[in-house]
Design a protein around this ligand. Sequence first.
Ligand SMILES: Cc1cc2nc3c(=O)[nH]c(=O)nc-3n(C[C@H](O)[C@H](O)[C@H](O)COP(=O)(O)OP(=O)(O)OC[C@H]3O[C@@H](n4cnc5c(N)ncnc54)[C@H](O)[C@@H]3O)c2cc1C
Length: 385
Amino acid sequence: MAETKYDVIIIGAGSIGVPLAMALAKAELKTLVLDAAPSPGQGQNKCAIGGLRATHSDGSKIKTCLRSLEIFSTWKEKHGDDIGWIKGGYLFPVYTERDEAVLRDLLKVQKGFGLDIDWIPAEKVRALVPGIADKDLRGGTWSPGDGSASPLLSINAFYRRAVKLGAEFRFNEPVTEILKEGGEVKGVRTARGRYEAKWVVNAAGAQAAAVSDLAGVKVPVRPDCHEAGITEPAGRFFDPMVVDIRPGDKSKNYYFYQNWEGQIVFCLTPQPPIWGDDRRSTSEFLPEISRRMVSLMPNLATLRVRRTWRGLYPMTPDGFPVVDFPAALKGYVLAVGMCGQGFMLGPGLGEALAAHLGGKPSAADREMLAGFKLERSFAGQEKLK
Ligand SMILES: Cc1cc2nc3c(=O)[nH]c(=O)nc-3n(C[C@H](O)[C@H](O)[C@H](O)COP(=O)(O)OP(=O)(O)OC[C@H]3O[C@@H](n4cnc5c(N)ncnc54)[C@H](O)[C@@H]3O)c2cc1C
């Protein structure tokens, strides 16, 4: 039976756990990551389609994602490996008066945070996405600094870097117990051993609520099914992530972009939501999204779809993460409830949380976590989650 002491143990080698391990190891904190799966990113990270944006409606998310974008966009230049980063921007084309009012309203908040986003006229939308449906097109919002990267390439790059900096990973090792003594966390237990640490971080994604029960701390995270798909590659014909916020028959918004290999990657928000952890693809997803995508961009019609998949957003009632240090158990840390944005939040959150655990958070690190407290009403709603 292994028995070792660490500064930090992270439960979950996913979108959050891996970049956090990288930041902790960089700060010279002895770090162990335990995952039930056989390799990094086998939870929801590999389900993400790769969208990266800072243009949210809330300060903590905006600041965290700005930090993440800095890391994603400079990764190749700093560390050498290609993670498929494309600075393609995000485009929300608008066809109704109501959507224009919503997005223009949001622009005030986003500009208040200094984000590079603006309203653009219909001609500019047409230039950015050649062939986009013209009827009733009013314009849209455009944020050229946002982009995309490959979740698969990124997590493996972060994993290799974390290992190089000294973080340890153990796979095929689910955590079955969180060890406590006198209101303080002591470590964790798995079938293979007992590991001690000053801090235990729950980064268990869609399983975060069950893992948190082991600590005796309730967290309102539950899995919300979303499906996605990918086409064959084509020559590059548009750059932005296109987000259509109009409702469909069985869906809310949907979004798609052309990735670094020329494939169109797409995803849809079902309406009503599908709760639970069933990962089987549905027969409704592809007809619904392809009909909507082809009506928005008829020139997509000839592309063949290669595969679809279904994953789980670790959802909170208000669409915001929970990243906090619950008073009920000293040393226990929550990095959960990433909803549909864990891939884009991961590297920024990792740095901010590592600074907190190292005892030297800057004002910016504090601001990044300020909006993600466990003790909140959960009554608000993220505008574009
Ligand atoms: C279809 C789809 C598209 C998406 N697109 C995007 C996108 O474009 N951009 C974006 O930012 N986000 C996107 N997301 C959301 C993103 O995938 C998630 O928010 C993110 O992966 C959650 O990260 P996480 O680290 O919390 O969880 P995960 O990445 O799932 O990691 C959690 C890990 O914990 C492990 N674990 C669980 N229980 C235990 C235990 N008891 N012991 C040990 N290990 C355990 C799991 O095996 C898993 O590896 C998308 C999600 C879906 C489903």
